[in-house]
Design a protein around this ligand. Structure first.
Ligand code: BGC
Length: 725
């Protein structure tokens, strides 16, 4: 080694070893940096970092080279720039972004790689827009079909939510942007979200509501967590010692920033001691009056909050800054925006999300080249959805509607007859009252016109469902019905055209009982983001084979759904009790033997699959073992496609109530026609445990367990018995 190189190597070695000569880890170096910065800061400077200085920005300490934080919504695209001090958009011309299909659509793809891809795109776009924290993903459990924010969340099943959230977070953060997993915890309804007090058992907390947050923090390494608006067992989530200190910090080992939702702080001392780090969105004009501003300085001076507690908060913020290279801008990800690759990712996400619910006599896919005419009917054929939903709304540079895509792809070859069919009658009001009332009027003039159009066309395609007057932050839906008289419209059209296809565009369950058996084909395409129309038309024409699976149960009616069957939604006198306990979603339907309209995990394909040769690697397992299930999956049909094989676990001999079955694994496989693949799904024996309240921990019961491979929670293909000792 040359002399100069030797010197450099020595220098490097010295900088990585302490006075004792022992190697210092990167984490130790980081903690030393944090400690040294803290030493140089005044109390005022520290507290300055603990509350916002505008809607989405937080101060740093310029004199020490500590930058401020820039935060932005949201989960499926980087939101346009807002004014600093009000909720209006700033009117920039360079803040359009890629718009992905929202959360339920991501979960419906059951494809972890797509979650990762989305994280990468969001990270690159957030960096291009100079953001440090992107406020998502939203991982609250879909407890009721009515929650206005279901579309942003992912699923009724904690395992599926966790499996999608982890790669999303890891990818996003690999681009030097922090995720903010939200809303911690039990924000499962929008009605009364800022006041409701949620009561839930320890078991349901650990088995249903916590796992996604746990995975986001422990596996995903989420740098920030956003506390929910609501109360949990009597205390606001923003000052909830049990949730914030005991569970999040102590049990999950969270070392990042715990921030409030916008306006969710209610105290200074209690919140500070409970572990809250950052106050956002408080509705007080003077930022100095916020709970974590002058009042916190006073509380420290009065001895009510130890300086060490303030230091802990600043350290959490500095740690996140170091993790995302904020103190070293030169080496930080620069990002890019609206690239063709990003748009392709949005398209893939839409195409893989669609769930084929019904396809009698193989009506789909449609060979448009053999048609002379097609009727395109419904408000959702022309409606753009990216800019709706409130905090998750995206200003996108384009959004392709289904009608536009039809015209572009087939307009020169066949006659496209458009009919409005139904009209949007609601108006979105931000705040307390939704525009949903009076939205069931049947407009016979529009229906008659649509019927005529359908009768005169070879095929009728109705684009129906909801819009963001319903699927939105701030309030819940009033019922599960298709609004604006759509059910009548669909029935009337189906009467005159036997080749009627219904495409549902919605982010949460809608009642299909009145139409499901009256139309031959039903395809659920969600809100499809900027590429919605292209994806929908490619699915209808067979360019893409549907491979999505429902991430929630579609009940026949609302009354079937657990929270509603038990009368525990939206609560009474400011309180809601999650009486259904662990029986959320399909866990309820299965255990109570209720047949839904379509089960969780369900979705058809244009091809067929066969599963064979299922084996477990052992018959008897012990606590620390990994269970490896292998099987062969064959595409037995004639076209390329993908199947999601799901692994459900049952413990019939349990001493306690267990759901009839629970999802513990899944794998999506893409296969050419005739191709066979060997697929492996593994799970840990410890994943078979239930949460025992008396022992305050997970309990693994010995005995026989059933592992079932399935194509939905109601379609079991193969069962394997194993024994746990
Ligand atoms: C929402 C959050 C969002 C925040 C900032 C709140 O109303 O609940 O999810 O990130 O606003 O827009």
């Amino acid at each position: 080694m040359k002399k100069k190189n030797l010197f450099l190597a020595l220098l490097l070695l010295i900088s990585f070893t302490g006075v004792t000569g022992k190697t210092i880890s990167n984490a130790q170096i980081q903690e030393q940096k944090i400690a040294s910065l803290l030493k140089k800061m005044t109390l005022e400077e520290k507290v300055g970092m603990l509350h916002a200085n505008s809607k989405f920005y937080v101060d740093g300490v310029k004199r020490l080279g500590i930058p401020g934080l820039a935060l932005s919504d949201g989960p499926h695209g980087v939101r346009a720039e807002m004014n600093l001090h009000d909720w209006n958009y700033a009117g920039w011309t360079n803040d359009s972004a890629t718009c992905f299909p929202p959360g339920t659509a991501l979960a419906a793809s059951w494809n972890r790689a797509l979650a990762y891809q989305r994280g990468i795109v969001l990270g690159e776009e957030a960096r291009f827009r100079k953001k440090d924290v992107l406020l998502g993903p939203g991982v609250n459990i879909i407890r009721t079909p009515l929650c206005g924010r279901n579309f942003e969340y992912l699923s009724e099943d904690p395992f599926l939510v966790a499996e999608m959230a982890v790669p999303y977070i890891q990818a996003l953060q690999s681009k030097d942007v922090s995720a903010s997993v939200k809303h911690f915890l039990a924000n499962n309804q929008e009605d009364h979200r800022t006041s409701i007090d949620v009561s839930v058992s320890e078991r349901a907390l650990h088995e249903i509501y916590l796992p996604a947050f746990k995975a986001a923090v422990m596996q995903g390494g989420s740098h920030t967590v956003m506390v929910a608006y609501n109360k949990f067992r009597g205390d606001w989530c923003s000052e909830n010692e049990y949730l914030d200190r005991e569970i999040l910090r102590n049990e999950l080992g969270f070392k990042g920033i715990l921030m409030t939702d916008w306006g969710a702080t209610h105290s200074t001392v209690k919140a500070a001691l409970a572990g809250l780090d950052l106050e956002m969105g408080t509705e007080k004009k003077d930022y100095n009056d916020w709970y974590f501003a002058q009042p916190l300085i006073n509380a420290v001076k009065e001895g009510k909050v130890p300086v060490a507690v303030v230091d802990e908060k600043v350290a959490n913020i500095l740690r996140v800054m170091l993790e995302t290279k904020m103190l070293d801008e030169k080496s930080r990800e620069k990002g890019k925006i609206n690239t063709p690759e990003h748009q392709k990712a949005a398209y893939q996400s839409a195409a893989e999300a669609a769930v084929l619910l019904r396809n009698e006599n193989h009506l789909l896919p449609i060979d448009f080249s053999r048609l002379k005419s097609v009727a395109i009917i419904g408000d959702n054929a022309t409606r753009k959805h990216c800019s709706g939903g409130l905090s998750s709304e995206i200003k996108t540079i384009y959004e392709v509607t289904p009608l536009e895509a039809m015209q572009k792809k087939f307009g020169s070859k066949l006659k496209i007859n458009f009919a409005q069919g139904y009209e949007k009658q609601s108006v979105f009001h931000d705040g307390n009252n939704s525009g949903q009332s009076n939205s069931d009027k049947v407009d016979w003039k529009l229906i008659d016109e649509a019927v005529k159009t359908a009768a005169a066309s070879d095929v009728a395609i109705l684009f129906c469902g909801l819009n963001h007057d319903f699927d939105t932050e701030s309030f819940d839906r009033q019922n599960m019905k298709l609004p604006y008289g759509q059910e009548t419209l669909i029935r009337e059209v189906a009467k005159v055209n036997p080749r009627t296809v219904v495409v549902i565009i919605a982010g949460s369950p809608v009642e299909l009982a009145g139409i499901a058996n009256r139309v031959p084909a039903l395809l659920w395409t969600w809100y499809g983001g900027m590429e919605a129309g292209n994806a929908a038309v490619d699915l209808l024409s067979g360019t893409v084979n549907p491979s999505g699976k429902l991430p929630f149960t579609l009940p026949v009616s609302l009354e079937q759904s657990p929270a509603h069957a038990l009368g525990n939604f939206p609560g009474r006198e400011g309180k809601v009790n999650y009486e259904e306990d662990i029986l959320v979603g399909y866990r309820w339907f299965d255990t109570k033997k209720i047949t839904p309209q379509y089960p969780f995990g369900f979705g058809l394909s244009y091809t067929t699959f066969e599963l064979s040769a299922t084996t477990a690697d052992q018959k008897v397992y012990h606590t620390k073992d990994l269970i490896r299930i292998k099987f062969n999956l064959k595409n037995s049909g004639s076209i390329y496609g993908a199947e999601v094989v799901q692994l459900y676990v049952s413990h019939p001999g349990s001493a306690v109530l267990r759901p009839t079955k629970e999802l513990k694994g899944f794998e999506k496989s893409f296969l050419q026609s005739g191709e066979t693949k060997t697929v492996e799904i593994s799970l840990r024996v410890s994943d078979l445990a239930y949460y025992n309240e008396a022992a305050k921990g997970w309990k693994l019961e010995p005995g026989e367990y059933l592992l079932q491979l399935a194509t939905s929670s109601a379609d079991m293909l193969q069962t394997i018995k194993i024994v746990v000792e």
